[in-house]
Design a binder for this molecule. Structure first.
Ligand code: NAD
Length: 344
């Protein structure tokens, strides 16, 4: 499907392509929905092969933001922007200023934040050209602590649903990816007494987790097949697919990675195998919660964490509704989000 076909199918409210004649910078803003409030979402900088690939990414990511915000009951819509380029070589102050001026021209319909390739420091430069730019505040502009804390609540919720107790002491949990979120998540899990099985493409991180928390390092190609209570994907999207789902040996899945299901059918395949799945966007919303607090006056860390705690009840509700209705949890979450997006 081409990106233009995707715009039509997903009915995005607006898609803007900015081209700066002086610098050659190409910047896309996709606004999926402002029904619940102005759109918020990060800017991703990536050396996309072509404009169609960049547009496709912006469309998918902005829709994801709409669903994430709606499910969490936040009064914001979904937007996302992408800028084509290599963040290591092409990121200049002028490029960031181009982004800032473009966002500013939208008059507040979209507020830009950080994402892959655009960090909190870059958002600060963008903010010199627009007041519609904001980075999450927790831990000096990194969303990950709030995301990890929220994901931890999601893991407690699946444990409560599957095992009848949210206590994680002695539970075996496999964490795929020990980056900003995965590492911090391991800290919460270890503190709760979980037994950790960990992997990362960077083997030194798994060794460091072994030293710090007694985690068991596992090869990257077998992490999904660990016979554990909970699998926590915190690296890539698309890892739950027709090739991997039949090989899983976990009782439940709850992790931070975006777009874990390769296709909607994979959510149903998990349910058919009796594996409880906490929909990714229901439990990885902590970074967005933090951002929303940063957009308001009077930022308060305790209030951010309190809002992240609500992920526990929300996830339980989704899992219970799925058990009651016989639908997959991913289907229940989408239905709830879509119902909220349909309200004016
Ligand atoms: P990150 O880049 O800091 O960490 C990702 C880690 O995964 C890296 O250490 C990388 O080496 C590892 N990795 C990549 N491929 C792997 C593989 N095949 N096997 C094992 N390890 C692999 O990213 P992050 O900020 O920790 O985000 C992790 C995931 O959570 C991403 O999918 C991201 O989209 C999602 N997410 C993050 C946030 C946030 O606040 N950072 C919010 C919502 C969702």
């Amino acid at each position: 499907m081409t990106a233009l076909e995707l715009v039509t199918r997903e009915r995005h409210e607006a898609v803007h392509l900015f081209q700066d004649r002086t610098t050659g910078v190409r910047f896309i803003v996709a606004i999926h929905s402002t029904v619940r409030g102005p759109a918020v979402g990060g800017c991703r900088m990536w050396p996309y092969a072509n404009l169609d690939a960049a547009l496709g990414d912006a469309l998918r990511l902005s829709k994801g933001m709409s669903y994430k915000a709606a499910l969490a009951g936040l009064p914001y819509g979904g937007g996302k922007s992408v800028v084509i380029g290599d963040p290591h070589t092409d990121k200049t102050r002028e490029l960031l200023a181009v982004i800032g001026r473009a966002v500013d021209s939208l008059g507040g319909r979209y507020t830009v934040s950080d994402d892959v390739g655009i960090g909190a420091a870059d958002v600060a430069v963008i903010a010199e050209s627009t007041r519609f730019a904001c980075a999450p505040l927790l831990a000096d502009g990194r969303a990950a602590p709030a995301t990890a804390f929220g994901t931890f609540q999601g893991i407690r919720a699946v444990a409560a649903h599957v095992f009848g107790s949210d206590a994680l002491a002695g539970r075996s949990i496999a964490v795929q990816g020990l980056g900003a979120v995965g590492w911090q998540l391991c800290a919460y899990l270890a503190e709760a007494g979980a037994r950790l099985y960990v992997t990362d493409l960077d083997g030194s991180l798994a060794r460091a987790a072994a030293e710090r928390w007694g985690a068991v390092p596992v090869a990257t190609d077998v992490i999904l097949e660990q016979p554990v209570d909970v699998l926590a994907p915190c690296a890539l999207g698309g890892i739950l697919n027709s090739g991997t789902v039949p090989r899983l040996r976990c009782r439940a899945i709850a992790g931070a990675a975006n777009n874990q299901l390769a296709a909607a059918a994979d959510g149903r395949a998990l349910a058919a195998r009796g594996i409880a799945y906490a929909p990714d966007y229901a439990i990885n919303v902590g970074g967005l919660v933090d951002l929303v607090h940063a957009l308001r006056p009077g930022y308060d860390v305790a209030a951010v964490l309190d809002d992240c705690r609500a992920i526990f009840d929300r996830t339980r509700m989704i899992l219970e509704e799925a058990a009651r209705s016989g639908e997959a949890p991913s289907v229940v979450a989408d239905r709830l989000a879509e119902a909220r997006l349909a309200q004016r």
